[in-house]
Design a protein around this ligand. Structure first.
Ligand code: NAD
Ligand code: MG
Length: 382
């Protein structure tokens, strides 16, 4: 039996985690669940899974859930600090971090310090705090198990092999809704077009990140920390069909790929049960109806976010935090129709040039830098 806490239970990954849990109810127990606004979905979760603790970070949503829970055994708490409580409860074995944005850093670190394994979907946490997360995970002997499909794939391709024999990690990318377009053609794309991802149904922020290829940039940095890989040995391969979820090339030239239907339930299930494989919760691949698997080089002159992510990752220190903070801010502006699509990468470029690089010596360094970048951008764009 796995006792699970889900930080961000009402979103795309949270919901799919609960579906995996439903497929084998004797194997999983939901201990804690958190969300910000979606009280209706949280009430559904409480009805079905009776978690011990629920946290809501928006007051109106908390009030609704609190009201519903009056006659239940579920305790309801309010506020950001309670996320860390949900991530570190005594009976929890594994914490699924499916909250969006670098706001996930503090609850993830609290979970690690409480000795909980992490099923990590929240890539922004590793982008800004990879070094600290790795250090703490080692210190407290916890596993960081990737949920992101590419990293889940690489993790599977590495099983039974030696890290020292890896030559390159090949991260696949669908290319998003604007694959093949040039930068001038993206000037006037609409929010609706950017949200229309060809292969995956996900939360809004990651869907925009997929349209700019920043998602792949964040994943390059995520792969650097998860697999201790040099940036020069992490390559992005555009693969529009999203059947190969990533590959590992070994020094003898052999390439091992992980393939499956594009469905997040598989990497979630693998992370929750590693190293065991469970009964399938996804559609099997039908090789007779699969015609072409295509591969392309990413166009970093158009999708500049990917280029900036490599640069920030290689520079190290606080630069990935600046990249991520500027991206979170810019994507939010775009989602609110306040800027054009190409301005996302311009805002990131501006921020990366505005601030000096420094070393990260604590979580506070990261949180302060985030504040600085956000205030700078607020002054400019609001
Ligand atoms: P989502 O927007 O669908 O869900 C986000 C969840 O976090 C919700 O439960 C929401 O209530 C909670 N949340 C958001 N802001 C919060 C705040 N300020 N305070 C407290 N809770 C908050 O997002 P998603 O698509 O599920 O993505 C979650 C994470 O997983 C992201 O880091 C994303 O990059 C990563 N990821 C997602 C997918 C996918 O298929 N959706 C795939 C790989 C990685
Ligand atoms: Mg991914």
């Amino acid at each position: 039996m796995k006792n699970i806490s889900i930080i961000g239970a009402t979103g795309s990954i949270g919901t799919q985690t609960l579906e995996v849990m439903k497929s084998d109810k004797d194997n999983y127990k939901l201990i804690a669940a958190t969300a910000n606004k979606n009280f209706n979905k949280m009430i559904e979760i409480i009805k079905e899974f009776s978690p011990k603790l629920v946290v809501m970070t928006e007051k109106y949503a908390y009030d609704k859930v609190y009201e519903y829970c009056r006659n239940t055994d579920t305790i309801v708490k309010f506020g950001f600090d309670a996320l860390s409580e949900a991530a570190s409860m005594q009976e929890v074995d594994i914490v699924v971090t499916s909250i969006v944005g670098m706001i996930g850093l503090v609850p993830t670190l609290t979970a690690i310090k409480a000795g909980k394994d992490i099923a990590l979907a929240n890539k922004e946490t590793l982008v800004v705090g990879g070094e600290i997360v790795n250090k703490e995970a080692e210190k407290y002997g916890v596993k960081i198990l990737p949920v992101d499909s590419e990293h889940g794939a690489i993790f599977q391709c590495l099983q039974g092999n030696k890290n020292s024999e890896v030559s390159r990690l090949l991260l696949t990318a669908s290319g998003g809704p604007f694959r093949g377009k040039k930068i001038d053609e993206l000037k006037n794309v609409t929010l609706k077009e950017a949200l229309n991802h060809p292969n995956w149904s996900m939360g809004k922020k990651i869907t925009i990140d997929s349209a700019t290829l920043m998602n792949k940039g964040l994943e390059v940095i995520e792969a650097h920390w998860l697999f201790h890989a040099d940036f020069d040995n992490i390559k992005v391969v555009v693969h529009p069909q999203s059947i190969i979820h990533s590959m590992v090339e070994y020094k003898d030239g052999s390439v091992i790929a992980q393939m499956a239907s594009p469905d997040m339930k598989l990497p979630i299930q693998y992370a929750l049960n590693y190293p065991k494989r469970c009964e399938s919760v996804i559609k099997p691949l039908d090789f007779y109806s699969m015609h072409n698997l295509e591969f392309e080089k990413p166009d970093m002159d158009t999708f500049k976010c990917l280029k900036y992510a490599y640069e920030a990752g290689k520079a190290g220190g606080i630069m990935p935090t600046i990249l991520n903070s500027a991206n979170e801010y810019a994507v939010d502006l775009f989602l609110n129709n306040k800027i054009k699509f190409n301005q996302i990468s311009e805002i990131i470029y501006d921020s990366l040039n505005k601030f000096e690089n420094t070393q990260i010596d604590s979580v506070e360094t990261i949180l302060n830098e985030n504040k600085k970048v956000t205030e700078y951008l607020k002054g400019k764009y609001e």
